[in-house]
Ligand binder design. Structure first.
Ligand code: F6R
Length: 242
């Protein structure tokens, strides 16, 4: 595991975007695994800036995202599909037919998960997987538990996650109760993993995930076993590790 110390959020975003750019330049038809959440937004902005300068070409890139809410349409501005289009896909020359997320509108969970596993296999696996880190150590929607789930699966969102999401919806009834997420095995099969982390509120979980025991109670701790992980974190997020 390589840890790159960034000064602040902007520096973290630039360093992470540099690694993604290198991947695209070295292998223009690469498969990128992508994440939503607030942490990678600056990274996507930086990639868009370099694209606008003519330094990056996404025309042959394929993407597979980590997760999607079950039951949200693509037009819903809380869906991860919407997020990815808004933050990246609509701003660069990527072929939208080569951008994949789990199908949140597929009501049959088994089918949604099976289909997504097949998509990931059909694109030949992930070259570079971008991750964020949840406060409880989750990656994707792989929440603390008794085991590391292998492939795409449907998760029941915890009461606290639903409550936190409530503010984005007109009523509690509209808040998604489930999500589809890539499993840990799929994440671990990526050739390279890049995890971006910012802020003092993540310092404790950074310490536990990367310097503590490997346990499904802290799902990100499994990354210690991958042979090509780059952690790009700012000083605040690294404040509890030497
Ligand atoms: C996003 C995802 C989540 C986030 C994590 C951190 O697709 O799967 O695991 O990466 O919750 O979120 P932020 O970056 O908002 O702190």
């Amino acid at each position: 595991m390589k840890i790159i110390r960034a000064k602040d959020y902007k520096d973290m975003s630039r360093k992470a975007a540099n690694i993604i750019s290198a991947q695209i330049i070295m292998k223009p038809n690469c498969v990128l695994g992508l994440a939503t959440g607030s942490t990678p937004i600056g990274t996507y902005d930086q990639l868009v800036e370099w694209y606008n300068k003519g330094d990056l070409d996404f025309s042959e890139v394929t993407t597979v995202n980590l997760d999607e809410y079950k039951g949200l349409t693509r037009e819903n501005d809380q869906s991860y599909y919407y997020f990815m289009n808004d933050k990246l896909f609509s701003r660069v020359n990527i072929n939208k037919d080569r951008t994949f997320l789990p199908d949140g509108m597929e009501p049959d969970s088994d089918k949604a998960c099976r289909d997504y596993n097949e998509i990931i296999a059909s694109v030949g696996g992930v070259d570079l997987q971008l991750l964020g880190l949840g406060h409880n150590g989750h990656i994707g929607f792989n929440e603390p538990g008794m085991a590391f789930e292998a492939e795409t699966h449907c998760v029941n969102l915890t009461e606290s996650t639903m409550k936190a999401n409530q503010r984005f919806f007109a009523s509690m009834d509209e808040v998604p109760k489930q999500a589809y997420t890539m499993g840990i095995k799929t994440i671990m099969q990526a050739k390279k993993i890049l995890i971006v982390i910012s802020g003092e509120d993540k310092a404790q979980i950074v310490k536990e995930a990367f310097f503590g025991p490997i346990t499904p109670k802290v799902q990100a701790s499994v990354l210690q076993l991958h042979n090509d992980v780059i952690v790009v974190a700012d000083e605040a997020a690294l404040s509890l590790v030497k």
